[in-house]
Design a protein around this ligand. Structure first.
Ligand code: CTP
Ligand code: MG
Length: 228
């Protein structure tokens, strides 16, 4: 039977966040930020393994007792997110029809329900798909001076999130030979093969912690979940 593997790139340095340690290791509600991410993925019944990819030079991972089922670590992170994902995929040695769910370590407010929605929507799908959010606001295109050049119809526009879930064989083919700087998510690489990933509605809570100001929101979302 096809396995389902969550692949979590966590080899970034968090340069925009600007903390002394990478943002995925910052303390958030008593645990490293990434613990919340990994715990959610491990709590999804269909997920067989949660494989986190850290940098070969990582100084932090071994300092925590992660105490999570299904967790494994691959120390093969690269110089870009795409490289970390490609290296992690190679290290996993999946079967072609295994499912791989690539999820950013820094999206720590992912919910089990959203992952289950993604998995259910893709059951029987040949290619795969991703969580994404229909653009809620009115969209403007700016000119060079920061004035509005146009109002862009938001109909049909989605913001891509993760997990992005693809058959391992499809993902390997898609990532082979693409320059890391040319793609910003796995779906873009898959689209280049002429395939059409399915958009599955995510939620706004599944945002990526990028700047220090994002931490207060993440803290509040996670604390509210612990309350009930
Ligand atoms: N990532 C990775 N390997 C890299 C760069 C990023 O595994 N060489 C991971 C990050 O750890 C993060 C995810 O990809 O979980 C999304 O990247 P981003 O939010 O951009 O994190 P950083 O690259 O660490 O942050 P910044 O761009 O501000 O430096
Ligand atoms: Mg980055």
């Amino acid at each position: 039977m096809a396995r389902m593997i969550a692949l979590v790139p966590a080899a970034g340095s968090g340069s925009r966040f600007g903390a002394p340690s990478p943002k995925q290791y910052l303390q958030l509600n008593g645990k490293p930020l990434m613990w919340h991410t990994l715990a959610t993925l491990a709590a999804v019944p269909g997920v067989d393994e949660v494989a986190v990819v850290v940098s070969p030079q990582d100084e932090w991972f071994d300092g925590f007792d992660w105490d999570l089922p299904k967790l494994s670590v691959r120390r093969v992170g690269g110089s870009s997110r795409a490289e970390s994902v490609a290296n992690g995929l190679a290290a996993l040695a999946c079967a072609e029809d295994d499912w791989v769910l690539v999820h950013d370590a820094a999206r720590c407010c992912l919910s089990v329900a959203a992952v289950e929605r993604l998995i259910a929507a893709l059951s029987g799908h040949a290619v795969g798909g991703l969580l994404a959010l229909p653009v809620p606001d009115t969209v403007k295109r700016a000119d060079a001076d920061g004035h509005v050049a146009a109002t862009v119809p938001r109909n049909g526009l989605w913001l891509a999130q993760t997990p992005q879930m693809f058959r391992a064989g499809v993902l390997e083919n898609a990532l082979r030979g693409v320059a890391a700087e040319d793609i910003t998510d796995e779906a873009a690489a898959v689209e280049r093969l002429g395939l059409k990933p399915l958009l599955v509605e995510g939620d706004a809570q599944n945002f990526k912690v990028t700047y220090p100001r994002d931490l207060a929101l993440a803290r509040a979302i996670l604390a509210a979940r612990e309350d009930y």
